[in-house]
Design a protein around this ligand. Structure first.
Ligand code: GSH
Length: 254
């Protein structure tokens, strides 16, 4: 059985979609990132970067002790290797896919996360309008650029890494489907190939199941005080917070 440490967000959906596509049995364990579960000692042992998703496979590929993995890119690569699905075995095909997996991990995900921060959260934290405007311009601009990169790639290929559906698509779709919300829905007119691919994947039953997995966990209305505490927790993390979590984990272990 696979335990998936999960919260319904784009990075979480990458893992649920992959598990659904591979038809693997899994148990989703909630990591309420607004409530601080990502700093709990048991979770940090699996995911030292205090981020979800993370997973533990108690019947790992190659046998042996349960295998814990954090970072969605590594999780998808492992599941592809374990099932023999969505990652070609030949060297050229494999790297055609992996370069887009790394592209997503280093570009689309972080830029959309930062753009979302400046567009929707930063105004509650800083009041310097110049800083807000620059942050938004920089990161929303990058998301716009990246939408062009995907559109160009998909104008010549059915899927991101070529003719076959792969983990490059699975890892990129959960962020790409939200691009319209960030840039304005009219952006799709400039990106018809990206739109075609987003809709094509949305129609896959496994994508639908993964995208909707435990949606209800993230839907509770927060009070103003809870919302403030959530912002404080998510947007105020430094090495002191990591050290405190490590000390708590050491105390819990002793
Ligand atoms: N590069 C990581 C990013 C994971 C990530 O940022 N997860 C967010 C939720 S979407 C999280 O756990 N945030 C907790 C926090 O900010 O403390 C991955 O792809 O797995």
């Amino acid at each position: 059985m696979i335990d998936l440490y999960y919260w319904p967000t784009p990075n979480g959906w990458k893992a649920t979609i992959m598990l659904e596509e591979c038809r693997l049995d899994y148990r989703a364990i909630p990591v309420d990132i607004g409530g601080g579960d990502q700093f709990k000692p048991d979770f940090l042992r699996i995911s030292p970067n205090n981020r979800m998703p993370a997973m533990v496979d108690d019947e790992p590929l190659g046998g042996g002790a349960p295998l814990a993995i954090f970072e969605s890119g590594a999780i998808l690569e492992y599941l592809a290797e374990k099932t023999g699905k969505f990652l070609p075995k030949d060297v050229a095909g494999r790297y055609r896919v992996l370069q887009w997996v790394h592209w997503q991990m280093a570009n689309l995900g972080p830029m959309m996360g930062n753009a979302n921060h400046f567009k929707n959260y930063a105004r509650n934290i800083v009041d310097d309008p110049k800083m807000l405007a620059y942050g938004e311009k920089r990161f929303v601009g990058e998301v716009d650029r990246l939408s062009g990169v995907m559109d160009a790639q998909l104008s010549a290929n059915e899927y991101l890494a070529g003719a076959e559906y792969s983990i490059a698509d699975i890892i990129s779709w959960p962020w790409a489907v939200l691009i319209g919300r960030m840039l304005g829905e009219e952006m799709w007119e400039n990106c018809p190939h990206l739109k075609r691919w987003v809709d094509q994947l949305r129609a896959r039953p496994a994508v639908d199941r993964g995208f909707r997995a435990h949606r209800e966990w993230g839907q509770r209305e927060l009070t103003e005080a809870e919302e403030k505490a959530r912002r404080e927790l998510l947007f105020n993390q430094d090495s002191g917070k990591v050290r405190a979590a490590r000390e708590e984990a050491a105390r819990a272990a002793s």
